[in-house]
Design a protein around this ligand. Sequence first.
Ligand code: SF4
Length: 703
Amino acid sequence: RTEAYFPDREVDSVCPYCGVGCQLTYNVKDDKLLYVTGKAGPANESRLCVKGRFGFDYVSNPQRLTQPLVRKDGVPKRADDLVDPANPWTHFRVATWEEAMERAAAGLVKVRDRDGPRALAGFGSAKGSNEEAYLFQKLVRTGFGSNNVDHCTRLCHASSVAALLEGVGSAAVTATFNECKNSDVIVVIGANPTENHPVAATFFKQAAKRGTKLIIMDPRGTAMKRHAWKMMQFKNGTDVAMLNGLLNVIITEKLYDQQYVQTYTEDFEKLAESVKPFTPEEMSPICGIEPDVLREVARTFARAESAIIFWGMGVSQHTHGTDNARCLIALSLICGQVGRPGTGLHPLRGQNNVQGASDAGLIPMFFPDYKSVENSEIRAKYEAAWGVTLDPKRGKTVVEIMDAIHADEIKGMYIMGENPAMSDPDLNHARGALAHLEHLVVQDIFLTETASYADVILPASAWPEKNGTVTNTNRQVQMGRAAIPLPGEARQDLWIIQDLAQRIGCDWNYTDVSQVFTEMSSLMPALANISWDRVAREDHVTYPVDGPDVSGRDVVFDKGFPREGGVAKLVATRYTAPDEVPDAEYPFILSTGRQLEHWHTGSMTRRATVLDALEPTAIAQLSRGTISKLGIQPGDMVRVSTRRGTVSLAARQDDAVPDGVVFIPFAYVEAAANLLTNPALDPFGKIPEFKFCAAKVERDEPI
Ligand code: SF4
């Protein structure tokens, strides 16, 4: 090793990718990131996956935005006109910060004053800090004047949040994932942690090696099945049938915890009555799991001393996503598998700060801490704190906002760090909406697909360039620290938000990020006893925490739930088919998701050298049987179509995928999976059905 490879500084921070929230150390030389090492954080114990360890050089990619851009006069916006980020000059020109901010603010004010506050909307980001999320939602609520604010939680766990708030009165996990070390049984359903929460997966595998019974429930035979005591590969979209089959066995055979049910739950009778007809024999043909297996798993789960359930977007991204989560909550509660070591309910959160951004109120129905915007008493508290009159009506969600743009109800938007032109379902519709906006301000580190439709583009800060807190899937509030300077004229997101807020009439004068944290936590009882200084000193604090000098609680709800009477609610569900089922014209099932090397819409990881070298090409994962039936070889091109669009991409043989199913990662703009997906929504969480729609797969003949 030469001198060039020795860092001159080490800066401790948190991984910018998934919700596991691994702590890491940036090793810096001459203000550049040299390499990254794992730090002994509570979630990762020094481990990192390939993204955390090698996916950091996106920050110095030549495509970083370093100057504000404004749309050139006379260049129209068209839904099918994506700008080449390497050559934005076809559509944009450089502006000074003053010109860009004035133009950004003037367009928003014009719409607000002419068409009313609800004609504006904002998408914040789960990739920024808690402080940024808090300020962003405050800007929309107090500066725009409506609750039209949302972010990508709507596309990942909104249904889980709806079910958890209804069932146990809290939207966060009841136990950290590390609690699996104390579990006799671990259930992982609708999740592929090896790819999506890789460091969490290592803890599950270690527990399995020590003898814990690992039960995997998934339509795909995920990599974790090698470690499983039982793999239940149920048919896509039949979660409710399978889970009701389990509930039927547990209740019929009186395996449930009668004392726990009596003390800590309500509506057990309704649940018991509802699941009576859902015998294993009735549910088996629907879900594809043998009755004996349903019985064996139900008995094992119910009799376990301690059992914990983890779930991912295979559960949540359905039109019945909330029902799926309700079933899991009921399963856990009737067996008394909550509130003790090794037990719990844990939706594995996706983005690095999706828990924190949701907690901070970046959602249209809640102020910070999940306080309803429609409750006048609560609203009065926030009006007093923020010094304005607030909109009493809940705002629109992500997909509803796109519909409202097409209906000319919403005409201006501010989008910070989100990429709906890649992440929304039915992209032709979503891109058409973005192109239809009268005024769009995009704040980001790259010229994303969404920025193609912008009137003003504001160059922002990457995660290793900023100070701020983030909250991971375990409820651990952790400190991110700036390791390197901002490139060119790029600015801190926090100060861009404040500048814009001031220009549209807000009287804000924050001078330090810690002031934002202090204001935010004063409005969030969940963050009691957590100060900025404490997080800076301890690197992480788990909420809830009972005092300034004690540790936070890894397991909650040992003595009841934060609902009226302290009891949790059991909610009965019925199996309903997905919104769009295969037919003669579209005989396949399309499911979408992520892969290990790429994150979300790929805006960062496809600009990270190692990650993009590992997975450079858009792929469709197909079973050996499907590949053979199509008469193609792995690597050949296939055309995948749905009623909404067509993409062409390389076939990859993956025997984890069942016959008749095609799985496409959604990170690739050249074959964007979301051109195909169905925007039908879960009625409670308003989450689209990314995990199921009818599709056609054909050999793509070379031109
Ligand atoms: Fe980052 Fe998630 Fe990988 Fe940890 S598991 S290093 S948080 S991407």
